[in-house]
Ligand binder design. Structure first.
Ligand code: GUN
Length: 279
């Protein structure tokens, strides 16, 4: 069975739109975009388009690739102090001369809709509710939940240990009482580990999950998205080989991608309440 992220995301987006219209509120998302990486531009445009459709106001602050670090840090402080702005997103990657650490630490955790700040990540790890959950892992869980796929007590394998996906994904599965194995490029016997899993979540960016690795009854979630040598969008999983063998699988495109945007929008809507003035 296909995990149809496009359809589930569309339902979430519609319900957020209705929610905002009913409450007559309008969160404001500020996006900082540095440089002219085409992929980042597409991501940012997609996020802004979806935000506007829902009724979220969005502001884009664009900077050239050689912008000074201090300019970005000043902008973040200004956005932190701006009562109208409820959510701040700095599109990654940022150029090397700007400290990722300083940028992330500068964001007010109450406006940190990516869940990048140490406060929100720390809260996630010690089981105190963060202000926001990271968009992609939250989107994956919303997708599994919408198909009533159980997580509690299941064995889950996450492939890839990025700060944006792999690490928080593993943590959030652990928080849902899965037994989690976090695999990466140095993992020995990846095949055997994958074979024992009830749930496999791959976030690597290259073709890694093939049919001989999977077991029947498993749930395969493909977070990878990149262009193959023919220029077609593809994921980490050999979909044609693996799909007939497993219980559930998410496609690329149309799986985790739309769920990530919907999940970010959930966070931006939430940001209104997290930042409303105390009366
Ligand atoms: N670049 C790639 N993924 C993301 C994301 O989820 N958030 C931000 N801010 N930048 C990204």
């Amino acid at each position: 069975m296909i995990l149809d992220g496009k359809a589930v995301a569309a339902q979430i987006i519609e319900s957020l739109k209705q929610d905002l219209a009913k409450k007559n509120i309008s969160p404001v998302l500020a996006v900082i975009l540095i440089g002219d990486d085409p992929a980042s531009r597409v991501y940012v445009r997609n996020k802004q388009k979806k935000a506007e459709y829902i009724g979220i106001k969005s502001q884009l602050f664009e900077y050239p690739i050689d912008v000074e670090e201090a300019v970005i840090l000043d902008k973040i402080h200004q956005l932190n102090n701006d009562e109208n702005v409820t959510a701040i997103l700095v599109q990654m990657p940022i150029p090397k001369h700007i400290s990722r650490e300083k940028v992330i630490c500068a964001i007010d955790p109450k406006k940190d809709v990516d869940c990048f700040t140490p406060e929100n990540v720390g809260r996630l790890c010690i089981g105190i509710k963060p202000y926001y959950y990271p968009a992609t892992p939250q989107g994956v869980l919303m997708l599994l939940d919408s198909y009533n796929i159980p997580i509690d007590g299941k064995s889950a394998v996450v492939i890839g240990r990025s700060n944006i996906v792999g690490k928080p994904m593993a943590q959030m599965l652990l928080n849902r009482n899965a037994t989690v194995t976090l695999c990466h490029s140095h993992t020995a016997n990846l095949d055997e580990i994958i074979k024992t899993a009830d749930i496999v979540i791959s976030a690597v960016g290259k073709k890694i999950v093939r049919c001989k690795m999977v077991s029947k009854k498993s749930v395969i979630v493909d977070v990878g998205i990149y262009k193959d040598s023919n220029g077609n969008l593809t994921g980490d999983v050999d979909f044609n080989e693996v799909a007939p063998l497993v219980d559930f699988i998410s496609p690329v495109p149309g799986g985790v991608g739309p769920m990530t945007i919907a999940s970010l929008m959930v966070n931006v809507v939430k940001s209104y309440d997290a930042n409303k003035p105390v009366s």
